[in-house]
Design a protein around this ligand. Sequence first.
Ligand SMILES: [Zn+2]
Length: 262
Amino acid sequence: MTLVLPALTWRSSPNYSSRYGQRVRLIVIHDCEGSFGGSVSWFAMAVSQVSAHIVLSADGLQAIQMVAWANKAWHACNFNPFSEGVEAAGYSALGLGAAEWAALAAIVAFRLHVNGIPCQRANAANNWTGYCEHVELGVAGGGHHDITDDPSKQAAFDALVRAAFAQDMPATWGMAAIPAMVPSASAGWKPIGTVRHDLAPPSLEWAQMRLNALGVPVVPLTVDGLDGRNTQNAVVRFQQSRGLYVDGDIGPDTIKALEAAS
Ligand SMILES: [Zn+2]
């Protein structure tokens, strides 16, 4: 069986620099703490001063390359010169879905293969050779906590990477002919900045998380900051259940009720 990789498209980030000759020996995986479209928009802006080689969609079907492999992306501080960065759309607190973990494992396995890196967790003892999560890099990697430090989830990911690494590798990971749909800022996506900035009230992402936590929507909402029909329906249900004025909008009274509800 040949390894299946997500459809790949390109969108440039200005946030990159030279590796100054350092060889890649590490693949660092992250989660975006934001949506796919929002994160791609953010990495595409010079003001963000962050980037990754690859951003993966939450359904695991689409990937966008933003920095050429030969260049250094800005994702893990001191580790950038010799690493590749892969950002998975979503939030550490919510966890990633099975399809996204599997696609992430496929990407990691393929890039280990291309770079001739052994299939192993990287750590200080092996001179950071292999793959790891951002959290494992500690303070030198920027002190972030993504994706998970849950040993059982990490072990499950290791098994996925090993299985992917054992498959036949495609010759290349070519760019898809048809560009992926990346909602623009004007379509309602917004750039996501510092960690979990967008999860604070009264953002729409926060409201979506609260509605999910309260079990209001029958099917949990995608936390994407988009005021779509499912989100509006959930707001209506919540407003009805609390005797609020029912308009489907997340106004001050609804925010207050969402904060107070348990
Ligand atoms: Zn990270």
